[in-house]
Design a binder for this molecule. Structure first.
Ligand code: FES
Length: 317
């Protein structure tokens, strides 16, 4: 996969556990253009191991002089967010993949309701710039645990004025998806990014109120969970790749030099889907891409986040 070489030009702490990074092209050129809601995958080399995490771009898409990302330190981080917080300094060189947009604003929506929880605010930063530029009808609803945990509120307030509605949970201000999604004009689209519970609440409410699926958008990059080690047998190349307890199937295959396509690395896009030919155990699906029927069939897996409880799994690769 082609990549860009960038240098970290600034770092700032913007909320408890959230660090903001500004990245510039290593050769001083303009960076590639992108649209609101895009993300980049950052490669982090930690000794013999390479972590790759997806982060939304925060910067105005019209500004190609730099990219900005924000990284929340995950308590149970397997290394990626910890590496960004502890190892990366101003001047650090990083490798990033070209921007990809899996969370684009609908071109046909007449009104757009953006719903963010915590670090889920990040894709809406660039989307807000795009929506303002096109004069779209939109509002941003931003829920956070407390002001200490809320990144970019002042910047968003300046940018959006009354279009921004904040919900400070420490003050008992709770976002009510039913109230938000009821009585919206025909042609409204809703976009949600945040903790799983919030995403589910918005999706469930939209379904219950009869919103068309095509008008409901969400983004949630999941981290691969840890588990027991097992082996992958690659049927076409007759190779065996060992998957450690703390690495994903995708990471293990990459470390072994096996090329597997990906976009989100978080179980959302379906790009890494592989065919399962056999296993002596059970598949543990952690993505939110496969349908229940596909999971039951047991012949597909998303190696970026899913794994298996087994001694071996055989893939058509
Ligand atoms: S890379 Fe997107 S689901 Fe695996």
């Amino acid at each position: 996969m082609s990549h860009l070489n960038v240098i970290v030009s600034a770092i700032a702490d913007v909320a408890e556990g959230i660090r903001h990074f500004t990245l510039v092209d290593a050769a001083g050129r303009e960076l590639p253009g992108f649209s609101g809601g895009s993300h980049v995958v950052v490669s982090m080399r930690a000794g013999a191991r390479t972590y790759r995490n997806a982060y939304s771009l925060l910067s105005p898409p019209s500004d190609r002089s730099n990219y900005q990302i924000a990284v929340r330190l995950q308590e149970n981080s397997r290394g990626g967010s910890r590496f960004m917080h502890e190892q990366v300094q101003v001047g650090t060189a990083l490798e990033i993949a070209w921007p990809v947009n899996l969370f684009a604003i609908s071109r046909v929506g007449r009104k757009h309701i953006l719903v963010a929880g915590g670090i889920g605010i990040t894709p809406f930063m660039s989307q807000a710039h795009d929506l303002l530029r096109t004069g779209a009808n939109f509002e941003l609803h931003y829920a956070f645990r407390s002001p200490r945990h809320a990144a970019f509120v002042d910047e968003l307030r300046r940018l959006l004025g009354p279009r921004l509605k904040c919900y400070d949970q420490s003050q008992g201000q709770l976002l009510d998806p039913a109230a938000l999604l009821s009585h919206q004009p025909l042609g409204t689209h809703v976009y949600v990014c945040g903790p799983g519970g919030m995403v589910d609440a918005v999706l469930d409410t939209a379904a219950r109120l009869g919103w068309p699926d095509a008008h409901v958008h969400h983004e949630e990059f999941l981290a691969p969970p840890v588990g027991e080690p097992f082996a992958i047998r690659l049927a076409q190349s007759q190779r065996v790749v060992e998957v450690g307890a703390e690495e994903s199937m995708l990471e293990a295959m990459e470390a072994a030099g096996v090329d597997v396509p990906y976009l989100c690395r978080g179980g959302a896009c379906g790009r890494c889907e592989l065919e399962v030919l056999a296993t002596d155990g059970v598949l543990e699906h952690h993505d939110h891409y496969l349908s229940e029927d596909e999971r039951r069939a047991g012949n597909k897996i998303m190696p970026c986040v899913s794994r298996a409880k087994c001694t071996f799994i055989e893939l058509n690769l």
